[in-house]
Design a protein around this ligand. Structure first.
Ligand code: PGA
Length: 267
C-alpha cells in the first residue's frame, strides 16, 4: 500500500471511530440500596466528566426516580436494567416502558445474559421487549454474547449472529439511532476473566459487519458497540483502543466511583 492510501485508510478509521458515541455504562445488577445509591451519586457529581464519553448508570428499579432527579443537572444518563414487553396489564411484579419514561428513564438494558440464563429470556421475547422500548422512544443497550461452551465448540459467531438477527434485524433503519450493542461473553462476566482485546475486536468487527450486511456500512459504522465482562481500570484502556470497541458495559467495577471514572477516562 503506498503512503497516501495508508494515510487515508488510517484517517478513515479514525473518523469512523470518532463518529460513534463513546459510552461507559455501569450495570449495578441487584446491588446498592437507597443510601448506597445516594452516596455513589453524590460522589459522582463531584467528578470532572470526560467531554466525549457518555456515562450511564443503571441502578435497581426502586432507586431510578431518585437517581434521575439527583443527576438531572449533570451529564449522566440513568438507565433501567430490564422492563416488561407489555404496555400495561396483569403482570404482577413487572415494570413497563411507560412507568420508566414517566419517571424520566429513557434508556434500558435488554438481553443481559443473566436475564437470558436465570429468567428464560429468549431472542424472540427480547424482540418484543425491543419493540416496546422503541414504541416508547427508548434507547436500548442490547446485550449479546456466548457461553464458554459455544466458544469451545466454535459456534460463538453463529450464536451472536442469531441473537442479533432474531431480536434486532426486523427494526427500521431509523430505530438504530437508539440502539447500542453490548458484547458480553458470558464466560467473562463477574469471573475476573476478560476477553483479550483481540478477541473483543474480532467479535465487535463481526457484529458491525453483520449490521452492515443487513442495513448499510454507513449505519453500522454509527452504532456504538460496547464490551462487557470483567472490565476494570487496568484493562479498559487496551480494550477501548481497539477499532470497533466503543466503550464498556461494566458490572463490579461500576459500583465504586473511582473505578467507574477511571474506566470512563480510559479512552
Ligand atoms: P462484570 O459484569 O463487569 O462484573 O463482569 C458485566 C456485566 O454483566 O454487565
Amino acid at each position: 500500500m503506498d503512503g497516501w492510501i495508508l494515510k487515508s485508510v488510517i484517517v478513515n478509521i479514525f473518523i469512523k471511530k470518532n463518529m460513534r458515541k463513546k459510552i461507559v455504562a455501569g450495570n449495578w445488577k441487584m446491588n446498592n440500596d437507597l443510601s448506597e445509591t445516594e452516596t455513589f451519586l453524590a460522589e459522582l457529581k463531584e467528578q470532572v466528566f470526560p467531554e466525549d464519553v457518555e456515562l450511564i448508570v443503571a441502578p435497581g428499579f426502586p432507586n431510578l426516580y431518585h437517581s434521575f432527579q439527583s443527576v438531572r443537572e449533570h451529564p449522566v444518563v440513568i438507565a433501567a436494567q430490564n422492563m416488561h414487553q407489555a404496555e400495561k396489564g396483569a403482570y404482577t411484579g413487572e415494570v413497563s416502558a411507560g412507568m420508566l419514561t414517566s419517571v424520566g428513564i429513557t434508556t434500558v438494558i435488554l438481553g443481559h445474559s443473566e436475564r437470558r440464563a436465570y429468567f428464560g429470556e429468549t431472542n424472540e421475547l427480547l424482540a418484543e421487549k425491543v419493540n416496546t422500548a422503541r414504541k416508547n422512544d427508548m434507547t436500548v443497550i442490547f446485550c449479546v454474547g456466548e457461553e464458554l461452551a459455544d466458544r469451545k465448540e466454535n459456534t460463538h459467531f453463529k450464536l451472536v449472529e442469531n441473537q442479533l438477527s432474531e431480536s434486532l434485524f426486523h427494526l427500521e433503519e431509523a430505530d438504530w439511532k437508539n440502539i447500542v450493542i453490548a458484547y458480553e461473553p458470558v464466560w467473562a462476566i463477574g469471573t475476573g476473566e476478560t476477553a483479550t482485546p483481540e478477541q473483543a475486536q474480532e467479535m465487535h468487527r463481526f457484529i458491525r459487519e453483520k449490521i452492515a450486511a443487513r442495513y448499510s456500512t454507513e449505519l453500522a459504522s454509527g452504532v456504538s458497540v460496547l464490551y462487557g465482562g470483567s472490565v476494570n481500570p487496568g484493562n479498559a484502556g487496551e480494550l477501548f483502543a481497539k477499532e470497533d470497541v466503543d466503550g464498556g458495559l461494566v458490572g463490579g467495577a461500576a459500583l465504586k466511583v473511582d473505578s467507574f471514572m477511571a474506566i470512563a477516562n480510559s479512552f
